[in-house]
Design a protein around this ligand. Structure first.
Ligand code: PRX
Length: 628
């Protein structure tokens, strides 16, 4: 994992972005005056009123960026392109799971769709500051819905289309949405995932929901409640949907979206991002780190339900006036060359995906890749979990033909934009995420907050505020303070462990809290445990993550059964299905154990560390606090 000598010098004829070619100079300049650096970046975008201050840090850690400025991310992502030749450029190419289904939108057409959706939302009474829940698959309407909310100053809360009704219900209730936008269903490997049915179950107990907009996607039969549910295509025929819709200018600090993410304890956290800083951060980082050019076709395989989809499938590409490519399908259906075929067919130049997908596809062998001409590719990217050097080399040599740099991007839902990565002119080290983005500084510290020397493993912290940082947790500023800023005052606690090598490259090791990264998805042990406990057979449960060759981690559960239940294959299958049903299929545990007792501290806290050591046959460490 840590072959520090292995350094790749990218081919500069492929990546010739002049403004990052002298990265050392830019890094130095940004370090000397980060605010001047960010101000220059912000000046590349449009603001209807300029800022009084770049950064207001008078109430740390509740930082504010570009205070006093007025803008709207849609002004920069859509509107400003309409007055240039880009109005006729493709903003979005969409290909369905059935790859015969293709829909394309120029910036002009995208704007028309966004205006239509925004008109509908307005007619339903959605106003500035209202939260709209979006539960849609990877179809163009998810772009329209997010942008429509932003356009009218409403706040979107996208829930990943794989979440089940209880998880969805908690997110709808938490945000008090009056309107939910969904689809009749989504295609997953040839089968229909019944989204509308899940919505029906989720909103049954959501008192705030007044209207549900349903996009026809799969064409499956769904039940419609005439007092609440509306087909989107029918709404579009009404006069209310027609005509221009103005992009509302909002304060730079007004919320753009909330996005729920799993934390170490308790309920998922609702991360808040704002218009002004988020647009500057996502625009700049995508441009620099992936050398986005006018002629590029950018494919980010993430789902818009996650932060990667928000920042680098929807907003980042549009802010850069690029052509985004979105595919409804996964990597192996119907054959493991589906993605390679799409790269060839659509001339994708920039391809950004997750290590799990790379490892999965690598297992099918090189022949599937070599069947296709992937020479259009210029740059590759990785996100979501550490990429092991073996997968890095395969991605580089076989997919990228040995000529494309790989930008490994470390960041989080909370950070909104890349934090540790490379720009294409930097030397690359397979397995290392890279360096802090320009304007950022990172450190690895010990338990007491002392900075550790090169090569030593510790807690990763970020030292500078950055424009796209979360502003708070929705309706929970105390938890924001406690989770991220209390342990080491003055720096942001990432929750990851890492080490920094002698060249300043950061090697991410993994989470230090009770968050498990499964196939790059962030899952809280508490969420899995509470899903299990809601099953009658389960008295107590503990979930841990164990290393997995393809998925990075798999979920391993230790379960104490209620009286009258005995371990069996059937029960194991039932428990897996139960977690999928109440939480999400992505959170299905791989392994169940049925011990007689769980290792606990005297105060009753489950010692997951001990469970993990036992499962891996490792030393159990200090057991002085163990109950028995
Ligand atoms: O542990 C890190 C891992 O993903 C976590 C953030 O998860 P999430 O908020 O879901 O955002 C994922 C996509 C931005 C981090 O705390 N992580 C993310 N990117 C990388 C990574 N680990 C190693 N290398 C990465 N490139």
């Amino acid at each position: 994992m840590t072959d520090h000598k292995d350094v790749f010098e990218p081919d500069q004829s492929i990546v010739d972005n002049a403004w990052v070619s002298d990265w050392k100079a830019l890094e130095g300049k940004a370090k000397a005056d980060p605010l001047a650096y960010w101000e220059e970046r912000a000046q590349e975008l449009e603001w209807s009123k300029p800022w009084d201050k770049v950064l207001d840090d008078s109430n740390k850690p509740f930082f504010k960026w570009f205070t006093g400025a007025r803008t709207n991310i849609v002004t920069n992502a859509v509107d400003r392109h309409l007055t240039t030749a880009r109005r006729n450029k493709l903003a979005l190419i969409w290909v369905g799971e059935n790859t015969d289904e293709v829909r394309t939108f120029s910036y002009f057409a995208l704007n028309r769709e966004v205006e239509q959706m925004a008109n509908v939302l307005k007619a339903m009474g959605v106003r500035k500051g209202d939260v709209v829940t979006i539960y849609l698959p990877r179809i163009p309407e998810i772009f329209f819905a997010m942008l429509a909310c932003a356009k009218i100053g409403a706040v979107h809360s996208v829930v990943f289309a794989g979440y089940s009704s209880e998880a969805l219900n908690a997110r709808i209730d938490g945000s008090e949405s009056k309107v939910v936008i969904t689809a009749d269903g989504s295609w997953i490997n040839g089968k229909i995932f019944p989204m509308k049915q899940i919505i029906d179950d989720a909103v049954k107990f959501s008192p705030t929901v007044e209207n549900v907009i349903v996009v026809r996607n799969t064409g499956s039969e769904v039940s419609m409640d005439s007092t609440r549910d509306h087909w989107y295509h029918e709404l579009c025929k009404l006069p209310i949907a027609k005509g221009k819709c103005e992009t509302v200018q909002v304060d730079a600090e007004d919320p753009l979206f909330i996005l729920y993410t799993s934390g170490s304890t308790g309920t998922p956290k609702a991360i808040v991002h704002t218009h002004g800083g988020y647009q500057v951060g996502t625009y700049t980082t995508l441009k620099q780190c992936f050398d986005i050019k006018e002629e590029d076709r950018w494919w980010c395989t993430a789902d818009p339900g996650w932060i990667t989809g928000h920042s680098y499938l929807v907003y980042g590409p549009l802010l850069n006036g690029a052509t985004a490519f979105m595919h409804e399908g996964g990597p192996t259906y119907p054959y493991p060359d589906g993605w390679w075929q799409l790269i060839e067919h659509y001339g994708i130049t920039s391809f950004y995906t997750a290590p799990t997908a790379i490892r999965t596809l690598m297992r099918f062998g090189d022949a599937w890749v070599r069947k296709h001409d992937l020479s259009s590719l210029r740059i590759l990217g990785s996100v979501g979990e550490p990429i092991n050097p073996e997968a890095w080399r395969w991605f580089h040599d076989v997919v990228g033909g040995g000529k494309c740099p790989i930008t490994d991007t470390w960041w989080q839902t909370e950070t909104g934009m890349f934090q540790i990565t490379t720009v294409p002119s930097m030397p690359l080290k397979p397995g290392a995420a890279g360096r802090p983005v320009f304007g950022q500084e990172a450190a690895v510290v010990d338990e007491d907050g002392n900075e550790l020397p090169a090569g030593k493993e510790g807690f990763l912290v970020l030292k500078n505020p950055w424009p796209a940082m979360m502003r708070t947790l929705y309706k929970d500023p105390d938890r924001y303070l406690k989770t991220y800023w209390e342990k080491y005052p003055g720096v942001y606690l990432t929750g990851d462990s890492a080490r920094i090598d002698e060249d300043g490259y950061i090697w991410i090791i993994g989470r230090t809290d009770d968050v498990i990264k499964v196939s790059g998805h962030r899952i809280g042990t508490a969420e899995v445990e509470s899903a299990l406990i809601s099953h009658p057979a389960v008295a107590e449960a503990a979930a841990i993550g164990l290393p997995h060759d393809v998925k990075g981690n798999s979920i391993h559960c230790a379960v104490i059964l209620s009286q009258g239940y005995k371990p069996s294959k059937q029960l194991t299958a039932d428990l897996r299905a139960h977690v999928a049903e109440v939480l999400s299929p992505i959170a299905k545990p791989d392994i169940f154990d049925f011990p007689e007792k769980l290792p606990k501290t005297r105060s009753g806290k489950i010692m997951r560390r001990v469970l993990k050591a036992r499962a891996l046959g490792q030393d159990e460490g200090d057991l002085s606090t163990l109950e028995e």
